[in-house]
Ligand binder design. Sequence first.
Ligand code: SF4
Length: 329
Amino acid sequence: MRPFRYARATDLAGAVALLARSPQAAFLGGGTNLVDLMKLDVARPDLLIDLRDVTSRSVTELPDGGIRIGAGVSNSDLAADPVIRRRYPVVAQALLNGASTQLRNLATVGGNLLQRTRCPYFQDVTTACNKRDPGTGCSAVEGHHRDLAILGVSPECIATHPSDLAVALAAMDALVQTTGPDGSRTIPLTELHRLPGSTPQRDTVLAHGELITAVDLPPLPFAARSYYRKIRDRASYAFALVSVAAALDLTDGRIRDVRIALGGVAHRPWRATRAEDLLRGGPPTEDRLRRAAEAELADARPLPESAFKVPLARNAVVRTLLDLAATGR
Ligand code: SF4
């Protein structure tokens, strides 16, 4: 690992100012992804600014009935929070499907959203990778891409975003609170992560020096009937081949409202608005669910090894919504 300096921030404004004037610095939350990338020589910060004393570790109710989650809340604490488990079970389930207990104890909500792709070429500095070294090419397109994206891809990058939590938050219309050199702002979670386009080196819309302070969950009563289904190569400690976060508002046998987001298929959590629009107003029959899922996946551009993800994602959407309609989970 390359030498680096370490600073423990004592206030948010100071942390932002220090990072803004340090082009090669990085914020440190739990460090569960960043430190790995430093060991692999993928990330080379010359200064780590530890945020753990300045980001909130609280989960609080907002005046509008929503929930504010501090960026410093650990994944374990959020998964165990009784309000989250009761009102937004999909969020707790997504967290418990991610990583291992040890990693969840250390990883923070803010860091979880900003973790980087696990594309094997991104993590191997001996290979070409446009995300790691812009302009060098994408080894995955002609190489191994079984785990990679099928939606929103570009010729420059087909990486997937690895976070389970982000998929659940996208389905819940979560809002990300940030602060940076230009002040504070609110970003819809679905707009935080980018598609790769011609600049895959940028994962998010955050500016240098801008940090996540909290994530807000809007009030959504039918989120109590929500579920996270993750399909992966082994039962734990693996990233999603495909995942589905869904919530269902079923009234008199008809879908009054629905939320669907997919993981493991794109450079960002993939909110399935096309499927949602097709489903509202009708019954949750298998045929309707299948047609809605197929419409959502109509623009998929898989490569040979990842073609299986198209039917897998379709079936995962159908199964998840059928289960929610039948049992409430
Ligand atoms: Fe790099 Fe993206 Fe290609 Fe993976 S898919 S090698 S991250 S450019």
